[in-house]
Structure formats: structure tokens, C-alpha cells
Design a protein around this ligand. Structure first.
Ligand code: FES
Ligand code: FES
Length: 151
């Protein structure tokens, strides 16, 4: 397969049963994308494919042939954090940080979809991303801050 990940083209052979999550972490050393449940239930593995948020634990790597994948490592521009990353830092939107890459990738996708119109919208559309440290109120505030800059 040939896939572009965070702007870099990779050509590799993959077992058709292997997930994108395992390929990112184990073949490309992109360990920012986390493996939480590995069953599509926690959102820790969220990445973007063609700009849309997806769960990489439920995506077979082979299906990304010819596609553009963005992971948390690809969000910043050089030393400059993405506005969503900056807002999570400023709003203390994390404690242990395990869920944070997935939360941020999902939040960026949601804002780009144009769906984050109210706090309830944000909570509903981020409901697939579980935070065991219960940072939810700070995450909502961070998303609202970042949204103003991203528009
Ligand atoms: Fe993919 Fe939990 S690891 S949804
Ligand atoms: Fe610990 Fe979310 S910050 S799980």
C-alpha cells in the first residue's frame, strides 16, 4: 500500500487483517495515537483520514491505500501548536493525558464539520471520546476557545 501520513508518503506491505492503529504505532512509530479499548468504544485512537475523524482501531490499514492520514503528530506547524492543542494546555483539558490525542483529533474534526454550535452540541458530538480523569468541563471550554481561532 501507499499512504501519506502527516505529509510523508509511506510504501509498505501490510497484512490485510492489521489495523491502522497498529500500523501507525508499530510500523511508523507514531505512538501519539493511543490504544485504549481496541474495540471502537473509547476514542483514544482517533485520527483523520481525508480530513474526517475515524477510529483507527476499527480501520484496516489496507483500506487507507492512496489516502491521506493525519495523526496528533501532524497537527502542529513546526514549533507552533495547533490552536486546539494550545487551548487544551491553557484550559487544563487533561490530567493523565492518555485520552488527549484522541480528544484533540476528534475536537478538530468536529469543529471542521461545523457542528460545535453549543455546549450541548459539543458534549454530544464528543461523546465517543471517553476521559477516565473526567476532564470533560475543561475540554468543552478548550474546544470553544480553539473554535474562535480556527474559524
Ligand atoms: Fe479505538 Fe478505543 S482504542 S476506540
Ligand atoms: Fe486521563 Fe483523559 S486525561 S483519561
Amino acid at each position: 500500500m501507499r499512504v501519506r501520513v502527516n505529509g510523508a508518503v509511506h510504501r509498505m506491505e501490510v497484512d490485510p487483517r492489521v489495523t491502522l492503529l497498529d500500523t501507525l504505532r508499530e510500523r511508523l512509530d507514531l505512538t501519539g495515537t493511543k490504544k485504549g479499548c481496541d474495540r471502537g468504544q473509547c476514542g483514544a485512537c482517533t485520527v483523520h483520514i481525508g480530513g474526517r475523524r475515524v477510529r483507527s482501531c476499527l480501520t484496516l490499514a489496507a483500506t487507507t491505500d492512496g489516502r491521506e492520514v493525519t495523526t496528533i503528530e501532524g497537527l502542529a506547524k513546526g514549533d507552533r501548536r495547533h490552536p486546539m492543542q494550545q487551548a487544551f494546555v491553557e484550559r487544563d483539558g487533561l490530567q493523565c493525558g492518555f485520552c488527549t490525542p484522541g480528544q484533540i483529533m476528534s475536537a478538530v474534526g468536529m469543529v471542521n464539520e461545523g457542528h460545535a454550535k453549543s455546549d450541548d452540541d459539543i458534549r454530544e458530538r464528543m461523546s465517543g471520546s471517553i476521559c477516565r480523569c473526567s476532564c470533560y468541563p475543561f475540554i468543552v471550554e478548550a474546544i470553544k476557545d480553539a473554535q474562535k481561532v480556527m474559524r
